[in-house]
Design a binder for this molecule. Structure first.
Ligand code: CTP
Ligand code: MG
Length: 173
């Protein structure tokens, strides 16, 4: 297999997690998960992690995953795509939002304010937990994990600039 098809396979697999992670800003959520509570000097999570954003993100990840399940029978087996299943898309979507929330928790403990950048943590937190959760259900190629660690920050950064230009996101990172 060549590298382009390996990249396509990796992106196919992670797509529900990307979708789940990208959707929350569109929800314009109001209810913070931490209900405004602090842990020591700083908020537990901050106003950037809302109930609406979390549920909306998970729902959108599942929607994209269901779309993949619908179309996968039409894609030739020779492509070697990971077979998407309901448990797998749940693990990817819930994993992505869990990772994003853990990322914010870590940022607050380090004293980084809500919305301020934490390079690599911001881009890889959701990926780490999406891979961890889904690895309990399916074998993930090491090459795919490697490709995703390299590609995700690049894709995340480009998508955030687009979101900023479209006024979906407040800051371009
Ligand atoms: N968002 C949300 N609920 C989530 C995740 C994100 O409502 N679980 C929304 C918030 O409006 C958030 C925006 O999506 O501001 C962008 O998400 P993100 O960059 O992850 O949050 P930040 O505001 O940067 O906050 P943090 O510093 O905690 O990462
Ligand atoms: Mg952010």
């Amino acid at each position: 297999m060549n590298i382009v098809s390996e990249i396509l396979c990796a992106l196919w697999f992670i797509l529900p997690a990307y979708a789940a992670n990208a959707f929350p800003p569109l929800m314009k959520g109001k209810i913070p998960i931490d209900r405004g509570k602090k842990l020591g000097k700083y908020r537990i999570l901050g106003d950037g992690k809302t109930v609406e954003g979390t549920l909306g993100g998970i729902a959108f990840g599942i929607f994209i995953g269901l779309t993949q399940i619908f179309f996968q029978s039409k894609i030739p087996r020779s492509m070697g795509l990971v077979e998407m299943t309901l448990p797998l898309i749940l693990a990817l979507s819930i994993g992505a939002l869990t990772g994003d929330i853990i990322g914010s928790f870590i940022k607050r403990r380090l004293g980084i304010e809500r919305g301020r950048p934490a390079p690599l943590l911001d881009q890889l937190d959701f990926l780490a937990l999406a891979i961890l959760f889904s690895s309990l259900l399916t074998r993930i190629k090491i090459l795919h994990i490697f490709l995703l660690i390299i590609l995700t920050p690049i894709i995340h950064y480009s998508a955030n600039i687009l979101g900023y230009l479209l006024r979906i996101k407040r800051v371009p990172y």
